[in-house]
Write a protein that binds this ligand. Structure first.
Ligand SMILES: O=P(O)(O)OC[C@H]1O[C@](O)(CO)[C@@H](O)[C@@H]1O
Length: 445
């Protein structure tokens, strides 16, 4: 199970001040449990892990098998919470070069519907031309432009290449039970569908079929992922005392840092496989807390890579940041630094050492340097990258986010600000129904 260490924040905020959040956190947890807080119609994620049935997992695994048996490539079409969770888990657990390996144990997973780049979509459709591919179309609203546009292209190509009957077998829709264009199309075409519950918002949906189906298709054990999340649900439960509850402590610490002028949280990893965990986390916290002119800005870096770009800013720039490091204790493979007779690179002092030992010293050295430079530091340790631990990590962040949003005094479960760009885009594109907005926006150009 993951563990949290906040010792290296204490030069900046006091332990007593963090402990003093106990009552506030308790109130926030009660609001979540009793559904008395803002956004209380979106609390379906709270006890989701412990309520997932074996039958549901079996249905997901069976559908994943159909896709695995019939596809060389599977496209996950979705944006935001409708793709980031799946990508986060799949990339965290996959071989870094999985798509280059000759002997494949699972379909190549590709993501679309998360941008409107003509080149991206053209290149994707070109790549797919000789591939037996399938599509998982994921959209809670069923009307998101980016995803709908990509799906329109992919559906046609799949039907043209594989025939309508096979396309029906290898296209799966994950969407609302009743409404939205994705639902209408799936029902009309007879696709297998999974439902995103009404009371689970996109960014909290990784443990619904939104995340679970693609993760299973990619060959990972969703039963273990859910088990890890369920154990974390217990560990972060409202009955767990504040001092032993990682979600409570994380939420309290980051809010105390925020109240002391630390407006930016940088999620750090020392393992590139975690890049998309950070992307998922950015949406979770950004959409949940960034409103009412408030909220910690969630940023992320991949170290040691970004020590050679953002490292300077973090060490010596404006002191408005703190770091939360995700550290993986045990790596999955062993590789030692070889000795070299000529030693031209001067690295023989590392000969015989594990590469991970060098990485761990980079991590420790960075932590000490950044704390010395005025950057408070929290550390989340994962024993290793596994389905179980990643499941726990995701739920930990979700629970802490719910608590943290209530500590901040916002509704952590809406995202009204996202509509502004959509309204302008539709007005600029003369979407029917936007005539007034179109006129108004044209007058501004
Ligand atoms: O699943 P949908 O409805 O396509 O939405 C995708 C994403 O878009 C947003 O609604 C923001 O526009 C996110 O909250 C969500 O995760």
């Amino acid at each position: 199970m993951i563990s949290l260490n906040i010792e290296k924040t204490f030069g900046f905020i006091s332990k007593e001040k963090v402990s003093a959040y106990e009552a506030e956190v308790k109130a926030a947890q009660e609001m979540l449990e009793k559904g008395t807080g803002k956004g209380n119609d979106f609390l379906g994620w709270l006890h989701l892990p412990s309520s997932i049935s074996d039958e549901h997992l079996a249905d997901l695994n069976a559908t994943a098998k159909v896709l695995r048996d019939n596809c060389e490539v599977v496209i996950v079409a979705g944006i935001g919470g409708s793709y980031l969770g799946a990508r986060a888990v799949i990339e965290a657990l996959s071989n870094s070069f999985t798509w280059l390996q000759e002997k494949k144990t699972a379909p190549v997973m590709i993501y679309a519907g998360h941008n409107i780049s003509e080149d991206y979509l053209y290149e994707l459709t070109e790549y797919l031309k000789d591939k037996k591919f399938g599509v998982i179309n994921i959209s809670k609203s069923g009307t998101t432009t980016e995803t709908a546009l990509a799906f329109r292209l992919l559906k046609k190509q799949c039907e043209d290449q594989r025939g309508k009957e096979t396309a029906k077998k290898v296209i799966v829709a994950i969407t609302d039970a009743r409404k939205g264009a994705a639902r209408v199309t799936a029902d009309k075409e007879g696709y297998k569908t999974f439902i995103i519950p009404d009371n689970v918002g996109g960014r909290f949906s990784v443990l619904t079929p939104v995340g679970l189906l693609p993760i299973a298709v990619a060959g990972f054990d969703i039963n273990k992922l859910v088990a890890g999340a369920a154990d974390m649900e217990k560990a972060c439960g409202s009955d767990v005392p504040f001092a032993e509850n990682p979600a409570a402590i994380y939420a309290a610490t980051r809010n105390e840092l925020y109240r002391n002028g630390k407006k930016i949280e940088i999620l750090v990893n020392f393992c590139p496989k975690l890049h998309y965990v950070s992307e998922w986390w950015k949406q979770l916290y950004g959409e949940s807390e960034g409103k009412d002119n408030k909220g910690i800005f969630p940023a992320a870096v991949d170290f040691s890579t970004d020590l050679h770009s953002m490292g300077q800013w973090i060490q010596e720039g404006e002191r408005s940041i703190f770091e939360t490091v995700i550290s993986v204790d045990k790596v999955n493979h062993k590789l030692e630094v070889p000795s070299d007779e000529a030693n031209l690179d001067g690295l023989n002092f590392l000969a015989g050492k594990r590469v991970d030992e060098v990485n761990k010293m980079a991590e420790l050295g960075t932590q000490l340097a950044h704390v010395d430079g005025g950057v408070p530091n929290m550390r989340i340790v994962l024993p290793e990258l596994s389905e179980y631990n990643i499941g726990g990590l995701l739920y930990f962040f979700e629970k802490a986010c719910g608590i943290s949003g209530y500590l901040l005094g916002v509704n952590p479960f809406n995202q009204p600000g996202v509509e502004a760009y959509k309204k302008n885009m539709f007005a600029l594109l003369n979407k029917p129904g936007y005539e007034e907005e179109s006129k108004a926006i044209q007058a501004r150009l």
